[in-house]
Design a protein around this ligand. Structure first.
Ligand SMILES: Cc1ncc(COP(=O)(O)O)c(C=O)c1O
Length: 389
């Protein structure tokens, strides 16, 4: 491994087994809407322990479908986290509804249940909690709030495939759970997403929504069947289908997921051990080694102990070809959300968190040399700019 090449912050692991599975599909009768999609859905449902899974062209499409299935519409409000990728909130706007951004818990970047409750009005229909970095959020508190206010819970588990909440897999707990298979995620299908659910009605609506709102199910038809070709478009859906090419890759990747997470965990433990005595670097989730799926490795910097900014530290790491990143810019700060009138400084804990975080590279195929180079360079930069007491 050439240590002078850029080290990305995340990267897929695709090996010969995966490639062979994809080639089989390319030589088969179905490239899309075929048996590989159903197989991947069954594999996902079995893995997380849900009754149903529906595959989509992306995690964003899956979130949109979940909002539709939940009946979210114009005039409704949905509470989500401020510390997430914009898609967690955009899906609400796709349905003509309004996202409300809750404050986070600065210890782990997850949504703060007390703040969810403060966001609730008589228009609130759902909560979209995000398992930030793969660390499961406080589901018991969230489900309790949902029950008290009669709200639907759609978990954004884009980061959390393989994560455990109180020994249960994320994906089997609430009304619907979304997983993403973008290449930096814990498994990949190129682009892709899945919703898992235990609710048959949601399952059927999700399937219909991803394919133009069309059904062929004789039980659910509105009009008389004209002939064997007959189908009905019953509501406005989209083409959000996953291909069999993607699904075959997904099933093959899923077999390796536990191994991928184990590799991630080993790297995390190594990082944590190195940073243990560097007061300025505060790794997140040292209390969740076994329960997090470790999509991202995020550290907080104690900026008052440094003579340079977080920006400078990031720039110095990039100069060393270590492609660190920052996850995330609080969603309400984006120009689009600003244009909708959200307060730029909506939540102080989210803002302070954002200003202090850095995401270090973490992916299963990282070599020991890469991991130790990152630690060495990062600690050298930090010690150079530490404020003298
Ligand atoms: C928290 C979160 N939600 C939603 C998404 C959207 O997923 P996708 O990229 O598969 O559309 C992502 C992925 O980037 C994400 O990180």
């Amino acid at each position: 491994m050439d240590l002078n090449r850029n080290i990305p912050y995340g990267r897929q692991w695709v090996d010969n087994d995966d490639i062979e599975e994809v080639i089989k599909i390319l030589k088969s009768d179905y490239l899309t809407t075929g048996p590989a999609v159903e197989r991947f859905e069954q594999d996902m449902a079995d893995y997380v322990g849900s009754k149903y899974a529906v595959a989509f062209s992306s995690g964003t499409a899956a979130l949109h479908a979940a909002c539709f299935a939940a009946g979210i519409k114009a005039g409704d409000e949905v509470v989500t986290s401020s510390m997430t990728f914009a898609a967690s909130a955009n899906c609400v706007i796709y349905q003509g509804a309004t996202p409300k951004f809750a404050e986070i818990n600065p210890n782990n970047g997850n949504i703060n249940p007390a703040s969810i409750e403060e966001c609730i009005t008589d228009k609130t229909k759902a909560i979209i909690p995000v398992h930030y970095t793969g660390r499961p959020t406080e589901m018991d508190e969230i489900l309790d709030i949902a029950q008290r206010y009669n709200l639907i819970v759609i978990e954004d588990a884009a980061h959390a495939l393989g994560a455990l909440y109180k020994k249960k897999k994320i994906g089997s707990i609430s009304d619907m759970t979304m997983f993403s298979f973008h290449p930096v995620k814990n498994i990949t299908t190129g682009e892709g997403g899945v919703i898992t659910t235990n609710n048959k009605k949601y399952f059927q609506t999700l399937q219909q929504f991803r394919s133009h709102g069309v059904t062929r199910d004789p039980q659910g038809l509105v009009n008389q069947i004209d002939g064997p070709w007959y189908y009905e478009m019953q509501f406005l859906g989209y083409n959000y289908r996953m291909t069999d090419i993607q699904a075959a890759l997904g099933s093959s990747q899923l077999k390796k997921l536990d191994f991928f997470i184990q590799k991630r965990r080993e790297i995390v433990k190594y990082y944590n051990g190195k940073f243990k005595n560097i007061g300025v670097i505060k790794p997140l989730n040292i209390d969740a080694i076994e329960s997090s799926s470790w999509h991202l490795y995020v550290v907080r910097l104690e900026l008052n102990k440094l003579v340079v900014s977080r920006k400078k530290i990031v720039e110095l790491l990039l100069e060393e070809k270590i492609n660190v990143n920052v996850h995330y810019i609080p969603v309400y700060k984006h120009p689009y959300y600003q244009s909708l009138g959200y307060d730029y400084k909506l939540h102080p804990a989210t803002d302070q968190f954002y200003e202090s975080i850095i995401t270090l590279p973490l992916y299963p195929s990282m070599t020991n040399d890469q991991v130790s180079k990152i630690c060495e360079v990062f600690m050298k930069i930090i010690s150079k700019y530490m404020r003298a007491n």
